[in-house]
Design a protein around this ligand. Structure first.
Ligand code: AMP
Length: 308
């Protein structure tokens, strides 16, 4: 069983969907990734920063899930990163209403000594210079580095983003971002271009339409589980990444075949995340619930055609 280091935001989110609205609740990429990865009982550390306004109970929630928070710096006189978004009726698109960087503006990540030899590093969506800094602190070369990013960094730090992309094994990115990064509409061509930038594995997330995994000339597709109700999609991409990274850290098998299972775990955990606001559903998710949904997943995608 390998160790996992996660870097990303630990944040306050305020969310509006057609089903309701929240005040400031617990959010952030590292939070969603960590909660998903906690399903695998691996040794996990989060590297992030929060302000003095961040409630102790939220930090306790992470430690209760066995996520080491020695690398979560608390800047007493500062304010926590805040993001607010409003979803459109189709729940696939959203407007960002506010992004207040606060303590994140000067974030200088520090990987705890005990995690510098981690096998798997999950670089959550953050400034590419912060992602690079985490990689530079690893004492041993990690077995697997996974990077998540978004259009925001392509707009304002493209050169730095290319520099870090060169050094990672897997990139997880959504379809629109893959098109923006490569200038290609076809996701197959986009994946090939991203391979050429460095990552051997490219995961393209397509929201309610599932995810594609590309490696050389191999492609694997996992649908998203058709759900009766999607309540709040916030954090689904991060939860997917946390499930993916957590499964790889647990199994320490980085083959394409095993990565297919990692994609299925990612999709399964993301299907829970969207059922309630923010992190609520992920906080109380049980192993039995995950197991049952994995069975549903198998049924959804299994068929028996005899080929001549
Ligand atoms: P997702 O829905 O997977 O895109 O992730 C949503 C999470 O990302 C929220 O909990 C936010 O706190 C966090 N977030 C939003 N914007 C940013 C940003 N520019 N940088 C880092 N994290 C962000």
């Amino acid at each position: 069983m390998g160790k996992l280091v996660i870097v990303g935001t630990v944040a306050f989110d305020a969310i509006e969907t057609p089903f309701g609205k929240t005040d400031k609740i617990l959010g952030g990429a590292a939070t969603f990734i960590g909660l998903a990865a906690s399903q695998f009982n691996i040794d996990t550390a989060a590297v992030s920063v929060v302000g003095g306004d961040f409630p102790q109970e939220y930090l306790d929630l992470l430690t209760d899930k066995n996520i080491n928070i020695d690398g979560v710096e608390i800047i007493k006189e500062g304010k926590t990163f805040f993001w607010s978004g409003k979803y459109h009726n189709d729940m696939n698109s959203r407007d960002t209403l506010a992004t207040e960087l606060n303590v994140l503006a000067d974030f200088d990540p520090k990987v705890p000594e005990a995690y510098k030899d981690a096998e798997v590093v999950m670089l959550g969506n953050l400034h590419p210079i912060v992602q690079t800094s985490v990689l530079n602190q690893m004492s041993e070369s990690p077995k697997m580095v996974i990077l998540d990013t978004m259009n925001f960094w392509m707009d304002c730090a493209l050169d730095e983003l290319h520099d870090v992309i060169k050094r990672v094994d897997v990139i997880t990115i959504n379809d629109e971002e893959a098109r923006q990064l490569t200038g290609e509409y076809s996701l197959v061509v986009a994946a090939r271009k991203i391979h050429a930038m460095g990552p051997q594995y490219v995961v393209i997330k397509k929201g309610e339409h599932g995810a594609l995994l590309f490696h050389d000339d191999n492609v694997f597709y996992a649908p998203a589980l058709p759900l009766e109700e999607v309540f709040d999609p916030t954090g689904a991409g991060d939860t997917f990444a946390g499930g993916f990274a957590g499964y790889l850290a647990k199994t320490e098998d980085y083959s394409f075949e095993n990565m297919k299972n990692a994609v299925i775990y990612g999709s399964t955990l993301a299907s829970f995340c969207v059922e309630k606001f923010g992190t609520e559903r992920m906080q109380n998710l049980t192993k039995d619930e995950v197991e049952y949904r994995l069975k549903e997943f198998k049924q959804l995608t299994s068929f028996n055609i005899e080929l001549s």
